[in-house]
Design a protein around this ligand. Structure first.
Ligand code: ATP
Ligand code: MG
Ligand code: MG
Ligand code: MG
Length: 468
């Protein structure tokens, strides 16, 4: 029987609520009091102060479905079956409460009894020295020792602070989904062994010198990708075909008149649009606006990337606001604020889309001209100055230029680009100091009252938003 993404999310949260976890709503994508982090990329991130002991949690057991953005996975989107830039991470957390035994037993119970995943298809990885985890998996749960893989990588830490070994759960989707290599096994980058859940046992504290001492209060931090679980339960070949993403693909397919599943390159573009539409919608929902710096730049890059993939499918006119409607329909019950902010989100996106469209055509013309020139001259590297001009005049994120070049077997001189960028920043700074004025943003077409409110809420970001 079909299990929707919504049912799955609910089932997970209810399961852990039944194990006395406090159910909390997802935190914002914008980290609170954490300048080191651009955006939340894991379920545990909003709880860092609880893990380090800086703050007391409202409960020693918490469960959430956390909105996450990982820009580090942007190149994977559409190319693997399992990576998006935006996804939801289901998690259960223990702050000095239960530890390995419960975490492992409950994860297994949830997967095999509540989701009815076949036990013989599941594999687990552990840290080589973690005898305790090995015993629980092999002796208490009864996992076939051949399905327990020891991986040196299974140690989770970011700088000094709480850290520890982890144990991941994979499902074998069958040989026909694999890369065919004789070495293909758990941990292979192909789509055969799908990592669905990571259980982190934070049991050590690492000091500045790199010494590990056992923590008095041990913690549990787990993360399972909602879309990956959905792909397994809905029997789909990728996250993109689940009900959490597919309606957006259908929308893009209708607009472009390009059928899904007939051409690999087109499928990648459809998947990128579906993923990026979710990312941009939720980022704006959480108060991010397109800009040339920080989170705003990530958002801008995502919007412009989606537009470009639309063009690759032959979409010439603006289409992203329709994709936002599809996103809202997917999420309206989980994030009801979306309905309230739907028009606002669409306005922000259509303004950015308009802005990009007018220059994209000219910029592409110039870039194609450069590409021809390079090919004719038997060269492979585009100069930093040319790439910078594309950025400065046409608003091409350098990553976009690099991607288009790469598709043509070329690359760009990133060092020279960076240099041109630094010089421009210095010039801009000098100019700003000279007239001491901030230019008035162009707000035509926007609900200014609402925008002002949003801007106030994130004043640090406001200044640079409309400058280009
Ligand atoms: P992978 O090795 O597949 O890239 P990961 O080891 O980077 O995953 P973790 O950091 O362990 O992932 O995150 C916990 C869980 O979150 C993963 O087991 C997976 O189910 C999910 N997840 C991680 N990255 C993504 C992504 N980009 N898109 C969708 N789900 C993800
Ligand atoms: Mg990863
Ligand atoms: Mg992994
Ligand atoms: Mg992992």
């Amino acid at each position: 029987k079909f299990m929707s993404g919504r049912e799955l999310r609910e089932k997970y949260l209810q399961f852990f609520a039944s194990k006395e976890h406090l159910r909390l709503p997802s935190a914002s994508l914008i980290p609170e009091n954490d300048p080191t982090l651009l955006m939340i990329g894991a379920g545990m991130a909003p709880f860092k102060p609880f893990f380090t002991g800086k703050m007391k949690p409202p409960h020693t057991r918490i469960t959430t479905s956390q909105k996450c953005v990982r820009t580090g996975d942007i190149e994977n989107v559409g190319r693997t079956a399992r990576h998006q830039t935006f996804f939801e991470m289901l998690g259960n957390f223990s702050f000095g409460d239960y530890f390995k035994r419960e975490a492992i037993h409950w994860a297994w119970e949830f997967l095999t009894e509540h989701l009815e995943m076949p036990k013989d298809k599941l594999w687990v990885t552990i840290y080589p020295d973690d005898e305790e985890a090995y015993k629980i998996w092999a002796e208490e749960i009864g996992v076939n020792p051949e399905h327990i893989v020891k991986l040196e990588d299974n140690f989770w830490e970011i700088g000094p602070g709480p850290c520890g070994p982890c144990s991941e759960i994979y499902i074998d989707l069958g040989e026909e989904r694999g890369c065919g290599s004789p070495d293909c096994a758990v941990g292979c980058d192909c789509d055969r062994f799908l990592e669905i859940w990571n259980l982190v046992f934070t049991q050590f504290d690492r000091d500045e010198e790199g010494n590990y001492s056992p923590l008095e209060k041990k913690n549990i931090d787990t993360g399972a990708g909602l879309e990956r679980l959905a792909s397994v339960l809905q029997n789909k070949r990728s996250n993109f075909e689940t009900d959490l993403l597919f309606p957006i693909i259908e929308y893009a397919s209708n607009v472009s008149n390009v059928a899904y599943g007939t051409n690999e390159k087109n499928d990648i573009s459809l998947k990128v649009i579906a993923d990026h539409a979710r990312s941009m919608t939720i980022m704006i929902l959480d108060g991010i606006l397109p800009s040339n710096e920080g989170r705003g730049y990530v958002l801008r890059r995502i919007i412009r990337r989606a537009i470009r993939h639309g063009r690759l499918l032959g979409i010439e006119s603006a289409f992203l606001t329709g994709a936002v409607d599809a996103v809202v329909e997917i999420f309206d019950e989980v994030f009801p604020e979306l309905l309230e902010k739907q028009d606002y989100i669409k306005k922000v996106i259509s303004l950015e889309e308009e802005r990009f469209h007018t220059t994209l055509v000219q910029g592409m013309e110039l870039l194609n001209h450069h590409i021809d020139e390079l090919k004719q001259a038997d060269k492979v590297v585009l100069s930093g100055e040319a790439a910078f001009k594309l950025y400065d005049t046409f608003g091409f994120p350098w990553e976009l230029t690099a991607e288009i070049l790469e598709e043509n077997g070329l690359s760009l001189d990133k060092e020279a680009f960076d240099k041109a960028m630094t010089q421009q920043r210095e010039r801009a700074r000098a100019a700003r100091q000279e007239n001491q004025r901030i230019s008035i943003p162009d707000l035509s077409g926007l609900d200014t009252e609402k925008l002002t409110f949003d801007m106030r809420a994130q004043s640090a970001q406001v200044i640079c938003i409309w400058k280009d």
